[in-house]
Ligand binder design. Structure first.
Ligand code: ATP
Length: 362
C-alpha cells in the first residue's frame, strides 16, 4: 500500500492573517519505505504529518492510502500508528498490558495478545521488563514499549513525530536500529519527522527536505547530501553544512567550467553544459567544509583564524574571510592560533548555485 499526498496544503486562518503551513506538496511513500521530513522549525513538518494522521485536515489536495481517499477521515478510521516524543503509557498497567491494550480493544484473545507481545518484546529487547510498571522504566525503554504497542497492532501506516528528541545521543544511537527493525518487520509506509539530521540520514530510504511549506528536495540521504538541489538544501543538510561564497562563472568552454571566488579561480573537473548561460554572471559557490584545505601562509582565500572546536575525530575551525565566516573541518590536532591561513577549495567538490533562485546549476 502506498501513501500519496497530492498537492496537499494547509492554511491556518484567513485574510491577511493566513499562515500557509503546507503549500501544495506532492509526496509518495511506498510500502515498506521509510521517508523522513526534515527542515527548520516552522517549515510545516508536523502539520504535514498531522494531515496524514487525520489529526488535522488539509485545506487543499488529497491524501490516499492505496486507492482509498482518507483526506477527510478521522485518525481511528485510518489504521495508523503514531509515535510522539511524549509517550502516553497507562501508569496502572504492566508493560505487557500496555503493549497488549490495542489488541484487547480489537477483541483478540488473551493468549493471542500475549503471544504477540512476547514476540515483539524479544525484538525490542525488553522481555525482562514485561511485568514492570511503566514508571520504573527509563525514557529509552518507554519508547521501546511504545514501539512495541504499535508493532503488535501491525498498522497500515506508521507515523513518527520527533520520537527521540528527549533522549540523549547515546540512547538515540541505541534506539535507531530498533526503530529500523520494527518498521522493517511491519513493512508499511513510514513517515518520520525529525530535527535531527543524523537520525534522518541513518534511518531513511528517502529524505524530504522542507522549507517554508514546500518540499525542496526528496531523495536518498546520500543523493541529498552529495547533490543538493538548492543552496537551501546544501545549507541545511550536513554537519557542518556546506559553506558559501559569492563568485562568478568565468568561462564555460565545451563543458570545461572555470569559476572565480575573488582572485581565485577553480576549474571544475565535472563537465557541465548547464553553466554556459552563466558566463560572466554572479553565482553562489558552495562546498562541503571537509573539502576546504587550510594552509598556513598558503594560497587560496585568505582567512583569519577565529576559533577551533575539537571534536575528537576532527576539529571544526572557523575563519573570518572577505566572504564572511567560513567553517572548515580540519585535522583532529589542528590548532589555528589566530593566524591567517589560505583556504583552498577542492575543484572536484565545488558546487554552483543560481544567485537568484538558489537552484544548483553545476
Ligand atoms: P517544528 O520543527 O518547530 O515543530 P514544524 O516544521 O513542524 O516546526 P509546523 O508545526 O507544522 O512546523 O508549523 C508550520 C507553520 O504553521 C508555523 O508557522 C506554525 O506557526 C503554523 N501553525 C501550526 N499549527 C498552527 C495552528 N493550529 N494555528 C495557526 N498556525 C499554526
Amino acid at each position: 500500500m502506498t501513501v500519496t499526498l497530492d498537492n496537499v496544503s494547509r492554511v491556518f486562518g484567513d485574510g491577511s492573517d493566513a499562515v500557509v503551513a503546507v503549500d501544495g506538496i506532492d509526496l509518495t511513500i511506498a510500502d515498506g519505505e521509510f521517508v523522513t521530513l526534515v527542515g527548520p522549525s516552522g517549515c510545516g513538518k508536523t502539520t504535514t504529518l498531522r494531515c496524514v494522521s487525520g489529526l488535522d485536515t488539509p485545506t487543499g489536495g488529497t491524501i490516499t492510502f492505496g486507492n482509498r481517499d482518507v483526506t477527510d477521515l478521522p485518525p481511528q478510521q485510518r489504521d495508523i500508528a503514531l509515535l510522539f516524543q511524549d509517550i502516553a503509557l497507562y501508569p496502572h498497567m504492566t508493560v505487557r498490558d500496555n503493549m497488549a491494550y490495542g489488541l484487547k480493544i480489537a477483541g483478540e484473545s488473551k493468549e493471542q495478545r500475549y503471544a504477540k507481545v512476547d514476540e515483539a518484546a524479544e525484538l525490542l529487547q525488553i522481555t525482562d521488563q514485561l511485568d514492570k510498571s511503566p514508571a520504573s522504566l527509563s525514557g529509552g525503554q518507554q519508547q521501546r514499549v511504545a514501539l512495541g504497542r504499535s508493532l503488535v497492532r501491525d498498522p497500515t501506516v506508521f507515523l513518527f513525530d520527533e520520537p527521540m528528541s528527549d533522549l540523549d545521543a547515546k540512547l538515540k544511537r541505541e534506539l535507531r536500529p530498533i526503530v529500523e527493525q520494527v518498521t522493517e518487520r511491519i513493512g508499511c509506509p513510514v513517515l518520520y519527522v525529525t530535527h535531527d539530521q543524523e537520525e534522518a540520514m541513518t534511518l531513511s530510504d528517502r529524505v524530504a527536505v522542507m522549507n517554508d511549506g514546500e518540499l525542496e528536495q526528496v531523495g536518498p540521504p546520500k543523493e541529498v547530501y552529495d547533490d543538493p538541489a538548492s543552496e537551501f538544501v546544501a545549507g541545511f543538510i550536513g554537519q557542518p553544512t556546506a559553506q558559501f561564497f559569492d563568485g562568478e562563472v568565468v568561462a564555460a568552454d565545451g563543458g570545461r567550467v572555470t569559476v572565480a571566488v575573488g582572485d581565485h579561480q577553480y576549474e571544475l573537473s565535472r563537465p557541465t553544459g548547464e553553466l554556459d548561460p552563466y558566463v560572466g554572471r554572479s553565482v553562489r559557490i558552495g562546498i562541503r567544509p571537509q573539502y576546504i584545505e587550510v594552509t598556513e601562509g598558503g594560497d587560496g582565500i585568505q582567512g583569519e583564524h577565529l576559533l577551533d572546536e575539537p571534536l575528537g575525530d576532527s576539529t571544526h575551525s572557523f575563519f573570518d574571510t572577505p566572504f564572511g565566516e567560513i567553517t572548515v573541518v580540519t585535522h583532529p590536532d589542528f590548532v589555528g592560533g589566530k593566524n591567517t591561513y589560505g583556504l583552498a577549495l577542492d575543484p572536484e567538490h565545488v558546487m554552483v548555485f543560481d544567485a537568484e533562485t538558489g537552484e544548483q546549476v553545476g
